[in-house]
Ligand binder design. Structure first.
Ligand SMILES: Cc1ncc(COP(=O)(O)OP(=O)(O)O)c(N)n1
Ligand code: TZP
Ligand code: MG
Length: 212
């Protein structure tokens, strides 16, 4: 994996309680950290702000214990109330420029999803800290997606930006190497770890693949 100096987090877990299929999501997070996950995003869709905040505070206790950065999906308010490491937003969320204009987000990590090639020329992209190549492959975990970038799409994006590129969407042990070769600086996964019977082992195997 080509390690990016501004994003040294090679295995990125995106977690929700639902995607853990009945397992305790805090235990999944802890096991995943023990297996080698470098950064965690809490992504709870269809959850009210209060419940999201409760989960974020619980998860922050786990991530802090291991000094792992916590990213919050979509919610600036939850990011601020938990004093998380950063936020991930997409095209339907608060734009990166708006966030960066707020004092709390000046020094926070802002991740931004790339769904259209034209986004690479906009200001939102240039002020973001990393880009989610979303999705690299289509996935049942998120069905409201636009472009399945594939390996060729990722390679093309690699030629157009120096920002850290985080590939996400249907990533597993079988395709990890190809995605790395196409230019990703980090692999983000939901089901490959959350839905696994043994999340620690799943994370360990993915990390080993990355470190090969
Ligand atoms: C690392 C990473 N990349 C992309 C996404 C997708 O974000 P978004 O387009 O805002 O979609 P939702 O996750 O909000 O459904 C992500 N969450 N993380
Ligand atoms: C949140 C998100 N954004 C783009 S694809 C995706 C879901 C990835 O889930 P999985 O790793 O299970 O395919
Ligand atoms: Mg979003």
């Amino acid at each position: 994996m080509n390690l990016h100096p501004k994003f040294p987090y090679q295995l990125y877990l995106v977690i929700s309680e639902k995607d853990c299929l009945g397992k305790d999501f805090l235990k999944v997070a802890e096991d995943a950290i023990l297996g080698g996950v470098d950064i965690i995003q809490l992504r709870e869709k269809n959850t009210g702000t209060k419940e999201f905040l409760t989960k974020a505070l619980q998860l922050k206790e786990v991530t802090e214990k291991y000094n792992i950065p916590l990213i919050i999906n979509d919610h600036p308010e939850v990011t601020e109330k938990t004093d998380a490491f950063g936020i991930h937003v997409g095209n339907s969320d608060t734009p990166p420029m708006t966030l960066r204009g707020q004092s709390f987000f000046k020094e926070k990590m802002i991740g931004y999803s790339i769904e259209y090639l034209e986004q690479l020329e906009n200001k939102q992209t240039s002020i973001s800290d990393y880009l989610g190549v979303s999705p690299i492959f289509s996935t049942k975990t998120k069905e409201d997606t636009v472009t399945e970038w594939g390996l060729d799409g990722l390679s093309l994006i690699r030629t157009l930006t120096d920002k850290p590129l985080i590939a996400i969407g249907n990533i597993n042990l079988n395709n990890a190497q190809m995605i790395i070769k196409a230019g990703a600086n980090s692999l983000a996964v939901v089901s490959a770890i959350c839905a696994a019977e043994h999340p620690e082992q799943a994370a360990y195997e993915l990390k080993n693949e990355i470190l090969k």
